[in-house]
Design a protein around this ligand. Sequence first.
Ligand SMILES: C[S@@+](CC[C@H](N)C(=O)[O-])C[C@H]1O[C@@H](n2cnc3c(N)ncnc32)[C@H](O)[C@@H]1O
Length: 455
Amino acid sequence: MNCNELLVANLQDKIQQSFELLSSYDWLINSYVLDFYVDNHWERLPPCWKSCFERLEIGKLKDLLLVDSRTENRNVWPLSICALRVFFRQFCLSRKLELHPKDSGKRTRLHEHYQKLFHKSVKLKKRHEIEKFCDDCQRTGKEAEVEYLVDVGSGQGNLARTLAYGYGFKVCCIEQDEQLTKAAKVKDEQLSSSLKKQFNVELSNHPIHLSRKVDLEKIEPEQFLQMIRDSFNVEKESPFRFGLIGLHPCGDLAVFLIKLFLSCPEAKFIKLVCCCYMKLSTQDQKSQNYGFPLSEFSKSRCLRLNYEALEIACHAIEQYCNKLDGHYDELKVHAYRAAIEKIIVKLHPTLKHSGLKSTKVTDMSFQLYCDKATSGLGIELPQAEVGSKDVQSDLNHWERVVKFYTLRLMFAPLIESVVLYDRLLFMLEQGISSKIEVIFDPICSPRNHALTGCK
Ligand SMILES: C[S@@+](CC[C@H](N)C(=O)[O-])C[C@H]1O[C@@H](n2cnc3c(N)ncnc32)[C@H](O)[C@@H]1O
């Protein structure tokens, strides 16, 4: 077996074994925490889990969530949990950011000189992502000898601005939301004019912004390519090489981009940090271009993940761990909502899963919390019910909900890994040299794996 065949066989094995494991825990993974009291989820836990978790201090739960942590001796877990932890450690992608050797060097690019202007109205999380994503793009762009980039789902163009002005790439942004495209253009102009006014720096390499929706059902790869050539003013016969990039392209958009990359010979690399897996379309839906599964291997085995599983794969695990360290009010929110859901199902069964307003747990009374959370549903929950012994007992057991939620969350890195392995395998099946690397700090930006493929 050559290296590629080994990698493919290894990925197939990981996907297959992960699915077998996930399907034996579907009772947990596919459950709604909102239905915790309605369906009495606590009683579904195996007896040894129930007795272990009943007495476990909340603070110790975080050991279950950190795949890369080596603190397994802090608690004696049931054997099945120990076995799961070994499996996760072996089969999940690491989430830890390793410093790239070339990251530590001193750099003096334009955007580093004028950081304040580049950072204007860009949140800290996004700044971190932009810095790391741009560095990574620069390395790949150099290897692939690419000076043109196409950023799809570019939002307000913050990434493109730094890639163009800071790194000298020629960038075309494609964004479906016209308002965001307008905002991106305004921000480009503001930055250019501030640099000119304050520092007499003249920018010329402006990003190009197109307001379009990329949809494989509606656009052929040749049309896509022509649209990009036109926007960069590159003639049809001229040689043209570009990199296709996406910073958090949600759901199916990531899959469209992978397929476009494969169909355009001029696209020399792709780099995506994906998110919103629950928006992926699946085999059960009508479209030919469904988002999961993608690889021939996973398709041939009819592997499925449903909405609940894909949704939990998008949670911010490391941030949740910080809450387990003492922000208990915030943790109570799931129990409060599950208690309200039980009252609603009892009094207004047709309103099951209608959606409660997101409301923070503060020191307000539970009645007030109910009023706020149910506002918009056109109902009032009576005091007799809200203050009943039954509801009080549910609220007193809020820790059980946290524990159940954490047990579900424990599977999230495996589910995310499977989705990413499937994409990686698809690219390898098509003969593309590909890899997955952590490029963001997971505490700052939890969807932190970059999928990169080069032709
Ligand atoms: C999560 S946001 C990320 C925005 C930006 N890349 C960033 O990191 O700030 C995803 C963006 O993709 C855009 N988008 C989603 N589907 C798209 C499609 N099919 N074609 C073009 N844009 C799309 C959305 O409008 C949204 O602005």
